[in-house]
Design a binder for this molecule. Structure first.
Ligand code: SF4
Length: 299
């Protein structure tokens, strides 16, 4: 009898140990999976769960959010962080309605052509919503492959074409089994083969892991420091958006001036929000979320 493959070992482990997350349940729509993937890119699961449920309760399909304003998408995004994702997700919904009759496409090229959908998200939707065989490579998968196959303690900061090739070589040929393996690799990296404290003793691939076999010391990664938030433009942008999210009418500049004392930093943050399409000026000295309220006069 042949030895089980790497993917088989991880997939068996996944079926026994995967976290119970609602976007993994049978029958979840491709749209719901796409929303989860966008939310999860830069935000922990525990914060995504309520936001994902609220978003889908309000907008169960792309047509529903496409018919609403960018301002409402920003409001629903709440404090998930990186709110430009909300605007891009709505733009993605508009494109799905216009190009695909409101159905999330199942072809990788069509997914990649959607606003805000990159290499990772397109393949994740194709695999997890449509059961296709694609390498779905996020930070966690790169780390697992790097350690288990290449015997190195940590992967580089960004996904390279070689990472996709390395992950694809591990996938079973049969599409559904490959999609399951992709989910399993991600989960292994998220909860067992973590950056700082891999739990090799309970890992399903310990016996075949090149990094483990090399007898290396425990990794010290990640080498990137956690991003500072306090005092950054991100914090100021969050404070400005917090005021605008609560407002029913355009907010005078004087009111926004109260959220942060540093004039230069506050002005820069506000200008950035406008440039990013999250906020728009109204008249000479007021602001509102993009598309909030009646259309602005042209010219
Ligand atoms: S044995 Fe350790 S290093 Fe290797 S894949 Fe498992 S958790 Fe990661």
């Amino acid at each position: 009898m042949t030895e089980p493959t790497f993917a088989t070992l991880v997939s068996r482990w996944y079926e026994e140990n995967a976290r119970d997350l609602p976007w993994r349940e049978p029958g979840v729509s491709p749209w719901a999976i796409l929303v989860s993937e966008v939310m999860l890119q830069q935000t922990p699961v525990v914060r995504v769960l309520p936001a994902w449920q609220a978003w889908l309760a309000r907008w169960p399909d792309p047509a529903a959010v496409a018919a609403d304003t960018p301002a409402e998408a920003i409001r629903m995004w709440g404090r998930l962080g990186y709110p430009r994702r909300a605007v891009r997700l709505r733009e993605c919904a508009v494109a799905i309605v216009e190009r695909h009759g409101g159905q999330v496409p199942d072809r990788l090229d069509q997914l990649l052509a959607l606003p805000g959908v990159g290499t990772y998200t397109a393949r994740a939707v194709a695999a997890f919503a449509y059961g296709q065989r694609h390498p779905v490579v996020d930070t966690n998968v790169r780390r697992v492959v790097c350690r288990a196959v290449a015997g190195e303690s940590d992967a580089g900061p960004t996904t390279r074409p070689a990472d996709l090739v390395a992950a694809e070589e591990l996938l079973p040929v049969e599409p559904a089994a490959a999609a399951l393996a992709s989910a399993a690799f991600m989960e292994l990296g998220a909860i067992v083969c973590t950056a700082r404290a891999p739990r090799c003793g309970i890992c399903p691939v310990e016996s075949v892991c090149a990094w483990r076999a090399s007898g290396q010391a425990a990794p010290t990664g990640p080498t990137r420091r956690p991003q500072r938030y306090a005092g950054t433009d991100r914090q100021v942008r969050g404070l400005l958006l917090g005021v605008l999210r609560e407002a029913v009418n355009p907010v005078p500049r004087q009111r926004l001036d109260q959220v942060w004392a540093d004039d230069v930093q506050r002005s820069r943050a506000l200008a950035g929000l406008v440039t990013d399409g999250l906020v728009e000026p109204v008249g000479e000295a007021s602001y509102r979320l993009a598309g909030d309220g009646p259309p602005l006069p042209v010219g």
